[in-house]
Design a protein around this ligand. Structure first.
Ligand SMILES: C[S@@+](CC[C@H](N)C(=O)[O-])C[C@H]1O[C@@H](n2cnc3c(N)ncnc32)[C@H](O)[C@@H]1O
Length: 265
């Protein structure tokens, strides 16, 4: 599926503020003194920008995405990064040679359970840690609330589970499925919430988000999406909204001792 660079740019500051700082720091630490990071579904390079300040300057990045236009944006901003145009629905021959960390952000909710199992199997084979930030967790709340918020969220969550090219998408269940699948593959998995908390300063992001939520809810069969959208749009410059995400850091069990203190479940 396609993602506009404008949408990725609009959401990036909220993503950066939302990422769990503890897991971000631990992921950077696990990448080691000469990091070689493979970022899956890299888009325009948001993970590189989030992790780089916490890594040595010699870090090498391989940015993997099926959209060459997004990777062109990334490489224009970060000429040292290596783009890798590839369809990740097939995990064969992932460019993992020499890698010290595999990362992803806002990707897991698009994928299926089988895909996650295959990924965990491949990464375990290479004894690689996996840092996946910002998986939508199915929780959305608004202040002030509207009676229809719950029904809209339920319809949106249903739409999130339609196939995005990887088989039936996990949508809101992605982070908990990843936790289970990586644990079964021999990892210690740490999780932490990374919600967007959006206020009036984020009105442009809130506005586009509402467009996307209403369109998806209508697609899933919710018939009053337009009315909800109109009522919510009025609140954008005054109200607040919270969109739930989760970050996970999956660490091969033999490498947990390399971590400092870290919260997890
Ligand atoms: C929500 S965007 C996240 C982009 C970036 N990680 C970020 O946080 O801004 C999802 C990314 O996954 C990529 N993607 C989706 N399906 C893909 C596939 N089958 N193979 C490779 N990349 C894919 C999209 O092109 C897009 O860049």
């Amino acid at each position: 599926m396609g993602f506009a660079p404008q949408w990725l740019a609009l959401r990036e500051p909220a993503d950066l503020a939302a990422r769990d700082a503890g897991l971000l720091g631990q992921a950077a630490r696990l990448a080691g003194p000469s990091p070689v990071v493979v970022d899956l579904g890299a888009g325009t390079g948001a993970s590189l920008r989030a992790l780089s300040p916490h890594m040595p300057e010699n870090a090498q990045w391989q940015l993997v995405d099926h959209d060459p236009a997004l990777l062109a944006h990334a490489v224009a901003a970060h000429p040292q990064a290596r783009p890798n145009v590839r369809d990740l629905t097939n995990l064969r021959d992932l460019p993992l040679s020499g890698a010290t960390l595999v990362s992803a952000s806002a990707l897991l909710d698009l994928v299926s359970e089988n895909w996650l199992r295959d990924l965990a199997h491949v990464l375990a084979h290479h004894d690689l840690p996996f840092y996946a930030a910002l998986s939508y967790d199915g929780v959305m709340t608004w202040q002030p609330p509207l009676a229809a918020d719950g029904a809209v969220t339920a319809a949106f969550n249903k739409d999130q589970c339609t196939d995005k090219g990887f088989g039936p998408a996990l949508g809101p269940h992605a982070w908990s499925c990843a936790r289970q699948v990586f644990a079964q593959a021999g990892y210690h998995v740490f999780c932490a919430p990374s919600p967007w908390v959006l206020g009036h300063d984020d009105a442009p992001l809130q506005g586009q988000l509402l467009d996307g939520i209403a369109t998806a809810a209508a697609r899933a069969g919710y018939t009053d999406a337009q009315a909800w959208h109109a009522a919510r749009q009025v609140q954008v410059t005054q109200g607040q909204c919270m969109i739930g995400h989760q970050d996970i850091l999956a660490v091969p069990k033999g490498r947990v001792a390399q971590l400092g203190a870290v919260g997890g479940v």
